[in-house]
Design a protein around this ligand. Sequence first.
Ligand code: SF4
Length: 314
Amino acid sequence: MKNFTNNHQADHWKLRGGPAGLHVFNRATGLNILDDEISVPVALWSRAPRNVSIALTNRCDLACVHCFAPKSRDALPFDTITRWLCELDANGTLGVGFGGGEPTLYPRFAELCQHAARETTLSVSFTTHGHHIDHAMADSLHGNVHFIRVSMDGVNGTYESIRRRSFEALRGRLKVIQGISQFGVNVVVNERTIGDLDEVAEVAADSGAAELLLLPQERTHTVSAIAAATMRELQCWVDGYGGPLKLCINEAHAEGFPTCDPLVAEHGLRAYAHIDATGAVKPTSYHATGIAVGEGGVLEALDLLAGDVTEDRP
Ligand code: SF4
């Protein structure tokens, strides 16, 4: 499947072929159109995952107890990342999400976003705790990022007990972030945060967020997975939510929720892959091991991973 190459057109539409049909995507507006009546020949299916997340660095100045990122100083070289972005873009990936650790601590973060936005047709997003986004950083990111995900587990005392940062300071940062691009709020849902969901949604909507991403807590070395009773509470909350935010939930926990996935035929590594800060590609960021991306590039590592996917969660 070919992508538009003219820069003007590239900022408007990108084509991706796959088992679900022909997918047309506009990174500037976020509009997705799927023509599922077109049967795309297998030889023309896009080879790269639809979305790829990249942990730029494992560095972070917070210490959230639910964090799954290894506490190491690993970081990916700038030129390696830009080479991978080029490869993914040429092979049909629609969006790249930068994360970490804390991606805003990556030394050439704004330059990387600028490169991705200008030299590729990828939609650029990143996930952040938000506390380093000041007006100078906002100016350097404006026009080079299409979506930002801000972590906000609870409000006031709940947030501060988890993140050890001022909640009012975060609210101030949200005002700055709103001026960069569309943004959403991510919330790790567990026994401590579930009771704050109404207020989280209210603060997010008042701050101009478009989306609330619910992340039921995953098991790590330090915390257990969300309890079944809390999952049931979350389902009730979702059923009762009538606010303006688009609600999303990660795929691993989508069962039982009123979700809609028109691209269900395009699953697994066709839909998503993660590259960690050591340069290993994995099915998700929660997997403990992966396949190192070598000279053959990301697609070669993905092919190896496809034959070696394990459920090696921590
Ligand atoms: S802000 Fe994110 S990367 Fe940093 S410790 Fe918390 S969860 Fe981990």
